[in-house]
Structures are given as structure tokens and as C-alpha cells.
Design a protein around this ligand. Sequence first.
Ligand SMILES: [Zn+2]
Length: 104
Amino acid sequence: MKMHVRKNDKVVVISGNDKGVKSEILEAHPKKGTVLVKDVNIVTKHLKASKNAMKSEIVKMEAPINSSKVMLWCETCKKGVRPSYRFREDGAKVRYCKACDSEL
Ligand SMILES: [Zn+2]
């Protein structure tokens, strides 16, 4: 499955509890169609006490969300956009914003 976003992309969440949140992709999982987005879809996990930790602790971490819930953030348009693709003169495939013509 091909995804429109990849690691380190700036994105905006377009649905769910974190709708409207601007963040970045920590991990992309194309096979599952999910992404891990910084500070989005936070879940709390209780880590039980172990040899290394004297007491149990509560850890907050991101849980993956469906990649369709995020859009690429265009810094020029200041909004989430659907990327278009084109080839640069050097042959590299790049994503760009149709609205403002800047590379994403
Ligand atoms: Zn734009």
C-alpha cells in the first residue's frame, strides 16, 4: 500500500480526537496503512515494576492512526493539502502543492 506521507513529514490531523493538530510523522507503516504522529493519539501504558524499575510507572506514548486521517501540511498555504507529483529536471520525483506550487 502506497502512502502519501512518510517519516518526518509535517502533517495536520483531519479527523478524530486530534483533529486540527499540526505535527510530524514519527513512523510510517505502509503495509498497515498507519502512521505514528508526534503527540497525536496519546495512550497511557502502565509499566509494571521490574528489576530495573523499583515502582510501576505510567508512560504516555503515541498509538498509530490510519494514514487517511492526516494530510500533508503546506507551510505556504497554512493548511493541509493533497500532494501532487512531478519530476524535477534531475529526474527526482517530488511532491508539490497544486495551490501554491511549492515542493512539499
Ligand atoms: Zn500550498
